[in-house]
Design a protein around this ligand. Structure first.
Ligand SMILES: Cc1cc2nc3c(=O)[nH]c(=O)nc-3n(C[C@H](O)[C@H](O)[C@H](O)COP(=O)(O)O)c2cc1C
Length: 150
């Protein structure tokens, strides 16, 4: 049975695009089978997207010391309608920024905890791009996806 990994992200720049692509590449590693990886921009993600998912990845820049308004809007929109449907499902997250990524990570983790999601990979705090950052993103995507694999 195919399982669905929903990747909800706000990707406003080439650098954040590079990080997203690395997360997706890890999640779609050819050795991982039976996982459908769905990448949806935060402003376009809906309640049915969440209800259809078996696991989650959340990605955002740090904006004013918090998650982006786009990802916040996603959670504002879907949190209560999905509250009884997602407990126990795995998730991971990545944050990009130079300062106060902690506030953004805390925001995502608090909401995920309220949902009862299980954090299966430590939230990434990424100050820039480059090979090392891409490798960490690949590992994040690969780990969460492999956990859903058949
Ligand atoms: C409105 C706004 C607020 C921001 N606030 C922060 C912040 O608090 N901390 C931080 O590290 N970066 C902040 N940034 C920078 C973004 O995190 C950064 O633009 C994003 O991670 C993409 O990186 P890039 O612009 O280098 O591609 C902010 C950007 C915007 C547009």
């Amino acid at each position: 049975m195919t399982r669905t990994l929903l990747v909800v992200h706000h990707t406003p720049s080439p650098l954040t695009r590079e990080l997203l692509e690395a997360v997706l590449a890890g999640a779609r590693d050819p050795e991982i089978t039976g996982v459908d990886v769905r990448s949806v921009p935060a402003l376009g993600a809906t309640v049915p997207d969440v209800l259809d998912a078996d696991g989650f990845l959340f990605g955002t820049p740090a904006n004013f010391g918090y998650m982006s308004g786009a990802l916040k809007h996603f959670f504002d929109t879907v949190y209560y309608p999905c509250l009884d449907a997602v407990a126990g499902k795995p998730y991971g997250a990545w944050i990009h920024g130079n300062n106060d990524t902690v506030g953004a990570a805390r925001g995502v983790e608090t909401i995920a905890s309220g949902w009862g999601l299980e954090k299966v990979f430590g939230t990434l705090h990424l100050a820039d791009g480059g090979k090392a950052a891409r490798e960490r993103c690949y590992e994040l995507g690969g780990t969460v996806s492999a956990g859903l694999s058949d």
